[in-house]
Structures are given as structure tokens and as C-alpha cells.
Design a protein around this ligand. Structure first.
Ligand code: DGJ
Length: 788
């Protein structure tokens, strides 16, 4: 709901309120963002007081000595009138000045959302969403700014975006324009950002908010694996389950800019939008520029609830098309099994093995086209590689379908290799800087998506293959950052980065909107483009090229602050892992990947019979709890010990939960482990049971002699054969208690192996061990079936 009364705008979602007012001078003063307040709540307690004149401040108008823009919390500001904090907008007119002062002119309330052509944004109907558009104007400079707000009522998210209109008679040059500005009184805030790089994406970093500015941005041309565009701020004592926190994110896949500035008067200014780095947009008289959408949310009950607001927003208002809210198939991707070395026979053998263990979708990754036998050739070409697939792609796809599997295919359409037919025919399609040798990344150049001919080339070729081969799933890769950012189709290169992203969105619209049955997974060397813009087209994103589950604990946990499990591609791969050489148990590889959209990425043929049996059991377990794991309420447990990670996914009706208990490095002679499960119905009774899993004999090395009547060589034929066919059952525990007790006291779990004793009641974790626990409501009348 949005109301306007006595110069005060009140925006309310189900659990939050957001208020600002028009000051006597026409500026928009932020008043309140937090827990929901009554419509008639007096706003005086929340007003940032100015009962004394402050030193070193510039008075906006002599009639009020306390009115200084520098000490007002502002919804929007300008430059040159006394606000010395970051400005959300920088405009230059030829020969003109930088000063701008935007004041209120009018507003209108609109049902539903506000959309800008060419830019993806949150969607919703008139019942769930309401919007507000406020017009601010700088009369002397003849510039208007429209501030747009959309309230997504049920999910407690408010979206913001901006339009700037050149209302004058001369050109203006726009050098910075933010989607959102928010000023909050500091509450001992700390900042949570999600940083990293290739194979170490989205690691959570907590920074204190000292005086000055922290910038969370990307200049790579993509949203980047270096700094995800989303970030949070929380009060000093905010935890996963308690305390106040705010979250911000941007519906955009290009260069982003998030700034968090603490002023000397302890106001915290948050800005989010397109990165001004190398940005300049020239507006002719009458022209306008629309920013991407920024979104924000608040929780008074900790980070888990904050994340859940974002999760529900993404599941209901960002992901669209046939795959919205639909269970994602378990896939098998051939990349880590084959790299570039495969042929049709090999692929079909792998696919058949996949089918046997319950795989639903088989994905043929890189290497099926052109001269693509390494990453040095072929990108840009769409002719099938006949050495690998002699009967062609269509016939291969038909064979996959005949196995009753969905057929998935990899593309990297935004790139070109020197060694490709496309580059030989159209070198001008690639980004280059005149007079400079272009810089390669993974041996490839970036295609110029600002060029309409390039966009047509991609749309025609990709669409043709999708239709001819009846492809069900697309993995769209993008394996390098942009360099040599220049398009010969543009007069003003300050537009390049934004126009590239607009070009990308146009291409995605043209390919995927007419083909809503296709499940589209975006990928960018893993999570280099894990953002809300891509999620408007691709319901899931390959989270990282790192399939080591211990690394994934950091990556998926970081992503979970901003994105729901259904969006995270998570695969079980072979160990030792290609990325870290770490050797992890098969059970842990599954237990971590189960908290995402599950896939396998290994050569199933190389597994032992007992491992294949285990994989089959994993997939059937996953299918049984898939809705809860993909669409449930995800909760991070508190890290009560440095070497433990606990995750939960709770069914929306709170009748069921899956919990993961993960140990990174084993501690020597550790004390007890406790499993708490928050978020269930306090008065309901639940049964908690460990998911059965197998331990493989080879894990115990020479120690097996202690449990065998005869001493056998751990590397000898007998034990090696036994290891291929038998596994030991891991310890299973079972408990019954209420939701309240599960949250508050939790369960003290059986001892884990600490070097002294072993029987079936001892949990075997060691380095990288883990267990899943299934919790189900116990119905008194109908005794619960075993969860397995
Ligand atoms: C990077 C991706 O993230 C991998 O999964 C794989 O598809 C390779 N590219 C293929 O080149």
C-alpha cells in the first residue's frame, strides 16, 4: 500500500514500512524504514532532528538556519547546494555547470509495477504490487528526475529506479545516475558484501562501517565474480535469527556501483546503480534515460528472514516463464567427465548410465561445434563438429530423447576465437581498440553486442539449433571479462558498457521468450554473472566452476544471503577435485549439492558399483525432497564452531525440513555437536532422523585391520575389490521433540569418531564429513513412515 497525506509518503509491505516527506523547501526527506508501523503513527519520533544549527554547514536558505542538505536524510540529492556526500546524479551541459537542485513537483500512484523497455525488472499484478512515481525538477537547469517506487507487498521488498529527462533546449551529458539513494541513521552498522573471483565466488566479507565510503562495484562489463552487486547492512548485534538488517540488490548484469558512505553526522548513505566508470550518456532535448531497478528489503529478525524476503521476491517476481516455481530436473553434465574429448558413443554411454541412476536431463557441454578441440578455436561457429558427432546434432539429440532424457546444450554466444569461421569472415564483429592489439581472455575475444548485426547473427544461429534439435535446456556461458570496450557502431563510447548489456537482454528476449519451455541456465565461468538481471531470463545459474563441496559451503552460503537455492546450479563431481585437489567423500559432495538445483558432473562409468548404487540412492532421496530443497525456506545455522556449517531447508508448510551438518577440518578429540533447527511450528512434534549414507572402506586405509579378524593389505586385491562392492552404513540417529525444543535446545548428537572407538552409534565425519537430517512432523494418529 502507498499513501500520501500531510506531505508524507507511506509505503507499506506486509511487515515493513517506509516513509519520507516533502520538506518546506521541496526536498524529499527520508523518515523511516523498518518494522511495520500504523498508518496513523506520528512520524515525529523518527525525524532526524535539527533543533540546533551545526557548524561547518552550508545553509540552504537564509530563512532557516538549521536547514542544511548535508545533515538531512534525503531520498535524492544533487550537487552544489551544500550536500557534500555522494551525489546520485552528475550532469553536465555544454558550457554549463554541475549544480543541480531537485525539488518536488508532482506525484502519481500507479497500480502494478513500472517497466522500462529493454530492461528486465521485478513483475507482479495489481493485487500484489503498487507503484509511486514522483517528479522532481531543477527548474533553472531544466532537468526532471522521476523517482519510481514499487511495493511488492507479500515479500517485503521495495523496488526503486530513476528516470532522468532533459527538459531543456540543449544537450546534456549524464555522467552518473543512481537507481537508488537511501539515507539511514547509523545503527552501529556493519556491511556484508559477497566477494571473490573464479572458483571462490561470493565469499561473505563483514566490514565495519567507519567514516568515509566503501564501494562495492564492478568494472568488468559483467556483474562479476569479484563483487556481487547485492549487499547487506546489519546492526552490530544482528545474527542469523535476531536483529535489524537491510538488504540491497540491482536487477542488472553489467558494471554496477554500490556505495555506502557514513557521514560525519552518522547518516549512512546507500547508493546503487550503474557504475559511472567510463559512463556518459548524452540526452538530446526531450530525451530520457531510465536506470535499472534496485531492490531493498528489511528484517527486524535477523539475516535469515532478510534473505527469505529476497528468496520469495526472486521466486515470485523475478523468475518467470514455464520454469517459475517448477521443480528443476536432476542433470548430468559431461564437462568434467570429458572436457573436449568425446564422441557420440561416449556421450550416449554416459547418458545411459545417467538414466540408470535417475538422471532426468543430459547436458552436452563445450566442444560440439566448429574446430573446438581446445579453448583456442571454434567460438563463434555453429556448425556441428562432425568428427565428434558424425550423424549431426539433430540425430544425437534424438537419441538422447529416445533414452527418455531431456536434452541440454552448451553455448557461448557472446565470444569468438581468432581460429573460427566467424572471425575470418567478420573480424569487425569482435571488440578491438584501434591501434592496439586486442587483449585475449581464455584465448577469446568478445563480440560486439552493441552491433545489431552481431545480435542478429547470435539470435538466428542459436534459435535455429534450438528448434532443429528440440533442445530442452541451454547452458549459456560467458568466460571472460570485457576489454577493448569500444563499438564502431557508437558515436559515444561512454554508452558502450550499458548498450552491451541492453544488447544482451535483447538477444535473450528474442531467443527465450518465444521458447518458454526451455530451461535456461546462465553461466559465466561459474558465478561471474550471478545477478537479478540474468535471473529474469535464466531461472538458474551455474554458481561456480568449483565443485569441491568444502569450497561450495562458502560459495553457496554466500549466495544464499541474496538468492534462493532453486537458482543455484550445484553438482556432484569426482574427487580429488579438479579445482583444489581436495579429496572429499561422495556423501558430502551430494549433501552440499542437494541445497541447490542438483546435477552430476563426473564420469559415472568410472564409479564403483557401490558408488553408483549410492548415487542412485542420492538422486531418489533428492527427488523425494526436491520441493523442500529447491523452494523451501532456507536457513543458515549459526557457525557455533569454526569447523562446522549447518544449513536447513524447511517446507513452506513447516511440516518437513532437511538439515545439513557439515564438518570442514576435523578437530582432535572434539566435544559434542548440537543440531538446532529453527523455523518449525513451536508446538508441533517432529521426528528427526539421519539420512542413511554409505562410507567406503578405502576411507579407513590401514585402520580396517582393527575391525577385521585377519590383517589385509589396504591396497591389496581383496580390500580393493571389497571397496568396489560394499560400503559401511553410517550412523543413523532418531529423535522426537517439538519445534520449540528443536529451535531452542536442539539435539545433542552422538559422538563423532575421535580416534578411540568405533561402532554403529559413532558418527564418522573426519575431514569434510557430513550428514543430512530429515525432520518430519509426527502425526499422533498416523505414525510416521521412515523418512527413507
Ligand atoms: C566454464 C563453465 O563454467 C564450465 O562449466 C564449462 O562449461 C566450461 N566453461 C566450458 O568451456
Amino acid at each position: 500500500m502507498i499513501t500520501f497525506k500531510d506531505n508524507v509518503f507511506r509505503l507499506s509491505t506486509k511487515k515493513t514500512s517506509y516513509c519520507f516527506r516533502i520538506t518546506p523547501f521541496g526536498h524529499l526527506e527520508h523518515v523511516y524504514y523498518g518494522e511495520k508501523i500504523d498508518q496513523d503513527q506520528d512520524i515525529l519520533p523518527f525525524i532526524h532532528k535539527r533543533t540546533a544549527q551545526l557548524g561547518s554547514c552550508v545553509m540552504y536558505d537564509e530563512s532557516d538556519e538549521t536547514y542544511s542538505l548535508d545533515t538531512l536524510p534525503l531520498e535524492w540529492s544533487g550537487i552544489g547546494k551544500g550536500d557534500y556526500r555522494l551525489s546520485p546524479v552528475e550532469i553536465k551541459r555544454p558550457g554549463g555547470n554541475y549544480t543541480t537542485d531537485f525539488v518536488y513537483r508532482s506525484h502519481r500512484l500507479l497500480p502494478g509495477t513500472i517497466t522500462f523497455p529493454g530492461l528486465p525488472s521485478g513483475y507482479g499484478d495489481e493485487e500484489g504490487c503498487t507503484s509511486l512515481e514522483i517528479t522532481l525538477e531543477d527548474l533553472t537547469e531544466k532537468v526532471k528526475v522521476l523517482l519510481c517506487y514499487t511495493v511488492f507487498h507479500e515479500v517485503d521488498v521495495i523496488a526503486r529506479k530513476t528516470v532522468i529527462v532533459n527538459a531543456g533546449e540543449t544537450k546534456l551529458s549524464l555522467q552518473k545516475i543512481m537507481s537508488l539513494q537511501l539515507d539511514l541513521p547509523n545503527d552501529d552498522f556493519k556491511l556484508l558484501t559477497f566477494n571473490g573471483g573464479w572458483i571462490k565466488e561470493a565469499h561473505k566479507q563483514i566490514s565495519p562501517l567507519g567514516y568515509g565510503t566503501i564501494v562495492n562495484s564492478s568494472t568488468t562489463g559483467d556483474s562479476s565474480n569479484i563483487h556481487n552487486p547485492g549487499f547487506l547492512i546489519g546492526s552490530a548485534y544482528t545474527t542469523e535469527e535476531t536483529g535489524r538488517a537491510y538488504g540491497f540488490n540491482l536487477v542488472y548484469s553489467g558494471n554496477h556501483y554500490g556505495a555506502i558512505e557514513r557521514s560525519n553526522h552518522d547518516l549512512v548513505r546507500i547508493q546503487l546503480g550503474i557504475n559511472p566508470h567510463c559512463f556518459e550518456w548524452v540526452l538530446d532535448p526531450g530525451e530520457r534515460f531510465c536506470t535499472p531497478e534496485a531492490v531493498m528489503t528489511f528484517s527486524g529478525t535477523g539475516y535469515n528472514d532478510l534473505s527469505n524476503n529476497f528468496h520469495r521476491f526472486i521466486n515470485h517476481h523475478i523468475v518467470r516463464g514455464n520454469w517459475k516455481n517448477r521443480e528443476r530436473p536432476v542433470l548430468l553434465n559431461n564437462w568434467e567427465a570429458n572436457f573436449f574429448k568425446f564422441n557420440q558413443e561416449k556421450l550416449l554411454r554416459l547418458a545411459r548410465k545417467g538414466k540408470e541412476v535417475g538422471i532426468e536431463l543430459f547436458v552436452l557441454d563445450d566442444g560440439w561445434f566448429g574446430a573446438r578441440d581446445s579453448d583456442k578455436a571454434g567460438l563463434g561457429d555453429y556448425t556441428v563438429n562432425k568428427k565428434k558427432l558424425p550423424e549431426g546434432l539433430k540425430s544425437y539429440a534424438k537419441k538422447i530423447h529416445e533414452l527418455d532424457l531431456l536434452c541440454g546444450l552448451w553455448f557461448e554466444p557472446e565470444m569468438v576465437n581468432y581460429d573460427s569461421d566467424l572471425y575470418r569472415a567478420h573480424p569487425e564483429y569482435a571488440l578491438t581498440t584501434p591501434g592496439k592489439k586486442p587483449s585475449l581472455g581464455r584465448n577469446q575475444l568478445v563480440l560486439d553486442l552493441c552491433n545489431p548485426q552481431v545480435r542478429d547473427y547470435i539470435v538466428e544461429n542459436v534459435s535455429r539449433i534450438l528448434d532443429e534439435c528440440e533442445i530442452d535446456y541451454v547452458k549459456w556461458d560467458y568466460n571472460r571479462h570485457i576489454s577493448d570496450a569500444l563499438s564502431t557502431t557508437l558515436n559515444n563510447q561512454g554508452e558502450f558498457f550499458h548498450r552491451y548489456i541492453l544488447g544482451l537482454y535483447e538477444v535473450l528476449e528474442r531467443i527465450f521468450i518465444p521458447r518458454p519451455h526451455i530451461l535456461f541456465e546462465s553461466c559465466s565461468s561459474g558465478g561471474n554473472r550471478f545477478d537479478l538481471g540474468m535471473l529474469c531470463y535464466s531461472p538458474q545459474i551455474w554458481s561456480s566452476d568449483d565443485t569441491d563441496p568444502i569450497e561450495r559451503l562458502k560459495i553457496q552460503e554466500g549466495l544464499s544471503y541474496l538468492y534462493p537455492p532453486s537458482t543455484m546450479g550445484a553438482h556432484v563431481s569426482a574427487a580429488p577435485h579438479q579445482q583444489t585437489l581436495r579429496d572429499t567423500p561422495l556423501s558430502t559432495r551430494f549433501n552440499v549439492a542437494a541445497f541447490g538445483s542438483l546435477g552430476y558432473e563426473l564420469d559415472l562409468q568410472q564409479l564403483s558399483p557401490v558408488e553408483r548404487k549410492e548415487v542412485k540412492a542420492q538422486i531418489s532421496f533428492y527427488k523425494r525432497y526436491r520441493r523442500t530443497l529447491q523452494y523451501g525456506t532456507f536457513r543458515r545455522g549459526e557457525h557455533y564452531k569454526d569447523n562446522k556449517v549447518i544449513w536447513h531447508s524447511l517446507a513452506v508448510d513447516q511440516k518437513e525440513a532437511i538439515s545439513g551438518f557439515f564438518q570442514t577440518l576435523a578437530g582432535a578429540s572434539e566435544g559434542f555437536d548440537r543440531l538446532r533447527i529453527p523455523g518449525l511450528i513451536p508446538e508441533s512434534k517432529y521426528r528427526v532422523k539421519t539420512k542413511a549414507q554409505r562410507l567406503f572402506i578405502k576411507r579407513f586405509g590401514g585402520l580396517v585391520k582393527h575391525i577385521m579378524p585377519v590383517t589385509l593389505n589396504p591396497d591389496g586385491v581383496i580390500l580393493r575389490t571389497a571397496n568396489r562392492h560394499y560400503g559401511l552404513d553410517d550412523c543413523v540417529e532418531e529423535y522426537t521433540l517439538t519445534g520449540a525444543l528443536l529451535k531452542d535446545n536442539g539435539i545433542l548428537l552422538n559422538n563423532q569418531f575421535v580416534g578411540s572407538y568405533i561402532n554403529e552409534h559413532v558418527r564418522i565425519l573426519g575431514d569434510f564429513g557430513s550428514s543430512l537430517y530429515v525432520t518430519r512432523e509426527v502425526n499422533d494418529e498416523e505414525e510416521l513412515r521412515s523418512p527413507e
